[in-house]
Design a protein around this ligand. Structure first.
Ligand SMILES: O=P(O)(O)OC[C@H]1O[C@H](OP(=O)(O)OP(=O)(O)O)[C@H](O)[C@@H]1O
Ligand SMILES: Nc1nc2[nH]cnc2c(=O)[nH]1
Length: 186
């Protein structure tokens, strides 16, 4: 598939699966449900479309606690392989998150612009708690003001695709994270 476009595998399918299980165990400790609690107290996963879809669904299935799922879509500015800023909300959450435990689920934090904007936007809706779980984090994001509590992998500053991440809407369907050969976009 995609012959010659992927220069190398950065994170294999097996490593993604193993790390997702570890993150799920970490999150289950953090959000232990109280006995007999109200469904309104279930952890609310907020996925950022479209990139986070694979990670979000695998994470939800690995989590041994009840969760509910919501999705947001935002438009971003910028070229296709460089960092962007958020333009506007294309699809908002379908419900109120006031007094809910909310976990933003992202595929990648690169410049951190998307996430910083999203945190400000969701904080204004008064959740009970707001934390972030990202599969991938690049170096620029490590110095971000926003604390990212749960990180799958810190990766170098290269453009990667697969497992939800795209270039020109392609490669999202790869089961692993791969390095896109620069010849594809140069
Ligand atoms: O930290 P940043 O530099 O802001 O970049 C991170 C964002 O970029 C990607 O989304 P993209 O806009 O490519 O859309 P997609 O989720 O539909 O792939 C990714 O899913 C993050 O949301
Ligand atoms: N596909 C993809 N999208 C991104 N958005 C920000 N960084 C990246 C990246 O490395 N790959």
């Amino acid at each position: 598939m995609y012959d010659g476009d992927i220069a190398s595998v950065v994170i294999s399918e097996d490593r993604i699966r193993a790390r997702t299980i570890e993150l799920a165990a970490e999150l289950a400790q953090r959000y232990q449900p109280a006995p007999g609690k109200d469904p309104e107290e279930d952890l609310l996963l907020v996925g950022v479309l479209k990139g986070a879809m694979m990670f979000m669904t695998d994470l939800a299935r690995a989590l041994p606690i009840p969760t509910q799922m919501e999705f947001m879509a935002v438009s971003s500015y910028g070229s296709s392989t460089s960092s962007s800023g958020v333009g506007r909300i294309l699809k908002d959450l379908d419900r109120d998150i006031a007094d809910r435990d909310v976990l933003i689920v992202e595929d990648i934090i690169d410049s951190g612009l998307t996430l910083s904007w999203l945190v400000r936007n969701l904080e204004a809706r008064n959740p009970r708690s707001l934390e972030i779980c990202t599969l991938l984090r690049k170096p620029d994001a490590i110095s971000m003001q926003v604390e990212v509590s749960h990180v799958g992998f810190d990766i170098p500053n290269d453009f990667v695709v697969g497992y939800g991440l795209e270039y020109d809407e392609r490669y999202r369907d790869l089961p692993y994270i791969g390095l896109l050969d620069p010849k594809v976009y140069c």
